[in-house]
Ligand binder design. Sequence first.
Ligand code: AMP
Length: 426
Amino acid sequence: MKILLLGSGGREHALAWKLGQSRLCSQLYIAPGNAGTADCGINLDLSPTDFENIKKYCLELAIEMVVVGPEEPLVLGIVDFFANAPELAKIPVIGPTAKGAQLEGSKAFSKKFMMRYGIPTASYREFDLDNYAEGISYLETHPLPIVIKADGLAAGKGVMICHSYVEAMAEYELMLQYSKFGEASRKIVVEEFLDGIELSVFILTDGKNFLVLPEAKDYKKIGEGDKGLNTGGMGAVSPVSFADNGFMKKISDRIIKPTISGLQNEEIDYKGFIFIGIIKIGDDPFVIEYNCRLGDPETEAILPRIKNDLVELFSAVASQQLHTIEIQKDKRTICTIMAVSRGYPGSYEKGYPITGLDNPISSDSIVFQAGTVKEEDMILTNGGRVLCVSSFAETVGDAVLKSRKVLENIDFDGIYYRRDIGFEFL
Ligand code: AMP
């Protein structure tokens, strides 16, 4: 089968690595990919949101399946675009329709969805310029901290946790009056702050059936000890010890099953991943957010733990036969550590040569590239998050040490990574 994978990050390198291992994949193309994905297939100079050109390539290359990495093409309706083009309608696209992608694309949509199906989440209100004054009164009596979220996609930056009323009022005004996130903050959600420990849960669904993939915990803060600015993710571990059978059953009964039946009830055609951001309060799970794709860097920690053939899983999604498959997980632990460029998540420079990628490493470790580009014989940094290392071990501590050991032999100007990923599980 000829497969086209859309995206260019570490998540896509992990997907490409896993798709490339499938006995069902005869040729993999990645658009646009990075220097790492070029080792798994052929990179195409093609934007994941340029649907017309994607169509052209799919027809020319006789693509038989499209796998979508990032959320943007999904929210923009790539699945609907394929379904509505007669020449493309037979090509399965792994991902939800634009309506389904609203679970991530609109916080207001996802909150209403959770309310309709009794899915536990933080209490909230929705505001825009039409009920602006009411929002001010709401904020004035809301307990601190106050969570303010832009409704739409804001490149992972649209959530503000405000610890004072002054800050909350300022954010409220910036988002609604001054379009801080453009169209994405025309509407906002004001939410109760949930205090607990976070967990990322991943579901693959064909719209009727679902499989629960390995769970992960990610580390968002730039600094060790979870200090400093938020990033796209500095590392992850999988499995997560507190996600035991009892807790996962609560997630399944209270969150996953009502989510799948809610989607069916609303006639939303959802064939793809659902990433559920969970917060554990006491012994109970609450939903912080839905995403309509896999997370990064969680993908780099969970995909190597899945023993199934990924193309077989995706084919079962397309034919709605997921109930015939059981997910097989490697019981070992993975720790993924992300190496970033100096300055990230603020401004940083690109174009520095990366050395040490050819060093021999143990079969327990994998290097996944994110912001990299190949120029002549060199691989250069090309983003804030540059590459990550995922390592298998029997314990979190050993997995961390193995990933760190690999990173010690990789270098680029301004390399930085957290040495304390998984610290609370040691
Ligand atoms: P999101 O962009 O929705 O993933 O949110 C980013 C991060 O903000 C989450 O991973 C949480 O750490 C935090 N967050 C979002 N909503 C809440 C909430 N209601 N209470 C506490 N933390 C939250």
